[in-house]
Design a protein around this ligand. Structure first.
Ligand code: NM2
Ligand code: OGA
Ligand code: ZN
Length: 381
């Protein structure tokens, strides 16, 4: 039996559903009202500002009516309806995770044991089926990456991959860039050298949150790719050394890139970035682009370097990595705020040619949310 009670001065209500009680403040309820004078019927945006609500707002009546809760606000004298399910979906009266460095439970952290189950799909299947696209995008949201195989072996084909979920982010490297050996490389990516697992462009703020790397040629021996879950690496460090984790998340590192004329990029952000709520937000890790760190107090610098080294060892540990070789027409999409990517060295006969580009997670998550609304009949895997 559902129940509702009003606090003595009408400052909040207590709604009990299935034995659980959820409190909601009068001001919160009034601010989030769903009626057509508060929210636009055509786009759902809020029509009022907080200053339009009387600061002394309180509740004079609350009644359950079928699946709705009806609330009367004073001094306005207005009665508004709230679906009970909507209230339960938006309850804030519950314990909050206060571990520094927690991650969103919809993200599954992984290690090398993911190897037999790498998230992947075929290009044609994902283009043809919104249901398959949904599952593929879901794995990028959950695991931070997915492969897409057997696409066209065609210059620029990677833009068709971005079209599946969002918009290209153009940078000084171009709308798309060629990753292959160059005579005068403006970036170490454009050589045959091995690249330690890294996130791209930490010297940019905001950092591109998605990278696509698409293979056009891979006849050269070597050049296999490796991915590491940076949130798993950070969580491993936190469990092993909370102090080390705190140092890397508390102080800013510096990153820069000035490898071509007319470009001088510099950003300072922590290697492990947490949100205001202590949630893991992003990892920036790139040995090639780290600039001198000057934001760490002298007394903490030695320990900071100790933690930075340890994070590097964790990142290099094969127990955390998955590896694969891209064949022409294959690509992978990574959440560049979470997943680190590496490549083995390559040389000798044959060529290796990837095309890359950047895009952003916000539109990918938006696309996924829309697909979840419109294609929610079959369960996701
Ligand atoms: N490229 C491939 O973030 C980096 O500097 C990695 C980026 C040159 C666009 C390489
Ligand atoms: C890059 C990169 C990896 C590769 O271009 O950012 O890391 O496989 N390349 O060449
Ligand atoms: Zn890279």
């Amino acid at each position: 039996m559902n129940k509702v009670a009003i606090s003595p001065h009408g400052q909040f209500i207590s709604l009990t559903v299935a034995g659980n009680t959820h409190r909601f403040h009068a001001l919160w309820l009034r601010d989030n009202a769903l009626d057509k004078d508060t929210r636009s019927e055509s786009n759902g945006q809020r029509l009022i500002a907080l200053t339009d609500i009387d600061a002394s707002v309180h509740i004079s009546a609350a009644q359950l009516h079928k699946n709705d809760l009806q609330i009367t606000f004073m001094p306005e004298g207005k009665t508004l309806d709230y679906p009970i399910q909507w209230l339960l979906n938006h309850s804030y009266d519950k314990p909050k995770n206060d571990t520094k460095g927690w991650h969103n439970p919809s993200q599954t952290l992984w290690d090398a044991s993911l190897t037999p189950n790498l998230p992947s799909a075929d290009f044609d299947a994902v283009i043809a089926s919104p249901e398959k696209l949904k599952i593929w995008l879901q794995s990028i949201a959950c695991l931070g990456f997915a492969k897409l195989n057997k696409g066209p072996v065609q210059v620029g084909a990677l833009t068709q991959v971005v079209d599946l979920f969002g918009y290209l982010r153009e940078t000084n490297y171009g709308r798309i860039f060629d990753v292959r050996v160059e005579e005068k490389p403006t970036n170490l990516a454009y050589t045959g050298l091995a690249l330690q697992a890294h996130t791209d462009n930490p010297y940019r703020d905001p950092v591109p949150t998605i990278q696509v790397l698409y293979c056009l040629e891979s006849s050269a021996p070597g050049g296999d790719n490796v991915l590491v879950d940076g949130f798993m690496a950070a969580t491993t460090l936190r469990k092993e050394s909370p102090q080390g984790f705190n140092l890397l998340s508390r102080y800013c590192a510096h990153f820069e890139y000035a490898g071509e004329n007319d470009v001088c990029l510099h950003a300072k952000r922590p290697i492990i970035e947490l949100s205001a709520g202590g949630q893991l937000q992003s990892i920036r890790f790139n040995n090639r682009s780290a600039a001198p760190f000057t934001d760490i107090p002298f007394k903490h610098m030695a320990d900071y370097y100790g933690a930075y080294r340890r994070l590097g060892e964790i990142i290099n540990d094969p127990a955390l990595e998955v590896g694969f070789r891209l064949n022409p027409g294959d690509c992978f999409v990574i959440d560049n705020t979470r997943i680190l990517h590496a490549r083995k060295a390559f040389s000798g006969a044959g060529t290796r040619w990837l095309q890359g580009c950047y895009a952003d997670m916000d539109s990918l998550l938006s696309r996924l949310a829309v697909l979840n609304k419109t294609h929610s009949n079959t369960p996701t895997v």
